[in-house]
Design a protein around this ligand. Structure first.
Ligand code: NAD
Length: 341
């Protein structure tokens, strides 16, 4: 990328192993000339120590201005009354699509060639927090009731995101996952809207649909039949972790939270306080998040190079400790950079 077209982006190194893996990721991104101009900001415990809050207004202003952020893991302070930073970011920037790819990167696992992307609706469904108890006899909590909300508009924008992404990345099929046989309205509205949206992509991206329970089973039996999956909030929450399990666990899983005005990329794992500062953390998940960020800004070729180099490095003798090797974070980054040059 030429210096003229450099892209400003917010970088939140985060807590625990965050700064170590962020350092590795920035060096690898430099090696492919990714062209991001980083505005480094605080979040999590580091921000509480400096500003008294986990998401300072400077950090929010930077994300608002750049519309693009790469975030390290943040330690959630327990028992302090602070809202989860992730929930706060989703709400603040209306991040309606959660993107979780499942890619086989370490060989020798259960499946060799998984390459699918799950898109989860991130703001609606059963996660809207509409719950209450009802008295039954003497028991004031004798019954619990939760309501889910799916809107046609909320469904349309995440479906449109999934189909657009599929078309942009040259993916052939979007599978819409639902439970419209039972939750006829709540998830029926999602399926109906999907059929409308899919019509606009006819000839470019094919659509099919699955009931969530059957999809969960088919993912285990034969994940290669899936390409892009799009689904409502709770089904997506569950299936995305299932998919992470198919490709080697949460330690290798990246995620993206996408809205119309901002997109935030991160590793799915946490700040790993048990190994923080020891130089042994595996930067793969955050690197895969950075690759998603490159895909998002149309730099697919650089993203593909990073994924390929990661695959080669992780399948050589350069394995980090969590994968049974002895390679440290900095040495692992160096091995990757040598492959990328
Ligand atoms: P964790 O993911 O931090 O750690 C679980 C285990 O996995 C630990 O043994 C850790 O050493 C290991 N691990 C995680 N990432 C690794 C990596 N990159 N390389 C090598 N090993 C790795 O989960 P936890 O211990 O439950 O949470 C610790 C903190 O992280 C908590 O404060 C939690 O709230 C926070 N957290 C943040 C996010 C986020 O910011 N997205 C996500 C999950 C947890």
């Amino acid at each position: 990328m030429s210096s003229k077209s450099r892209l400003p982006a917010t970088l939140i190194p985060g807590d625990g192993i965050g700064p170590e893996i962020t350092d590795a990721v920035v060096r690898v991104l430099d090696a492919v000339d990714a062209g991001f101009d980083w505005d480094v900001q605080l979040g999590g415990m580091a921000a509480i120590e400096a500003h008294g809050e986990p998401l300072p207004k400077e950090t929010l202003a930077s994300i608002r201005q750049n519309g693009l952020a790469l975030k390290g893991p943040l330690t959630t302070p327990i028992g302090t009354g602070f809202r989860s930073v992730n929930v706060q970011l989703r709400a603040e920037f209306d991040l309606y699509a959660n993107v979780r790819p499942g890619l086989t990167i370490v060989r020798g696992g259960r499946y060799e060639d998984i390459d699918l992307i799950l898109v989860r609706e991130n703001l609606e469904g059963f996660y809207v927090g509409l719950e209450h108890y009802v008295r039954v006899g003497d028991d004031p909590h004798g019954m619990a009731i939760a309501s889910g909300i799916n809107t046609r508009e909320g469904s349309r924008r995440v479906l449109r995101y999934a189909f657009d992404m599929a078309a942009r990345l040259g993916r052939k099929k979007v599978t819409v996952v639902h439970k419209a046989n039972i939750l006829k309205m709540l998830t029926g509205i999602f399926l109906e809207t999907a059929r409308e949206v899919a019509a606009d992509y006819a000839g470019r991206v094919e659509m099919d649909d699955r009931i969530v329970d059957a999809c969960a089973m088919q993912l285990v039996l034969d994940p290669s039949q899936f390409d892009v999956i799009v689904t409502t909030n709770m089904f997506g929450d569950i299936l995305s972790d299932e998919i992470a399990g198919l490709v080697g666990g949460l330690g290798l899983a990246p995620g993206a939270n996408i809205g119309d005005k901002a997109a935030i990329f991160e590793a799915v794992h946490g700040s790993a306080p048990d190994i923080a500062g020891k130089g042994v953390a595996n930067p793969t998940a955050m690197l895969l998040a950075a690759a998603l960020m490159l895909d998002h800004v149309g730099q697919n070729e650089k993203a593909t190079r990073i994924r390929a180099a990661l695959g080669e490095t992780l399948n050589s003798d350069k394995k980090t400790r969590d994968l049974g090797g002895t390679t440290g974070t900095a040495e692992f980054a160096e091995a990757l950079i040598n492959r990328l040059r």
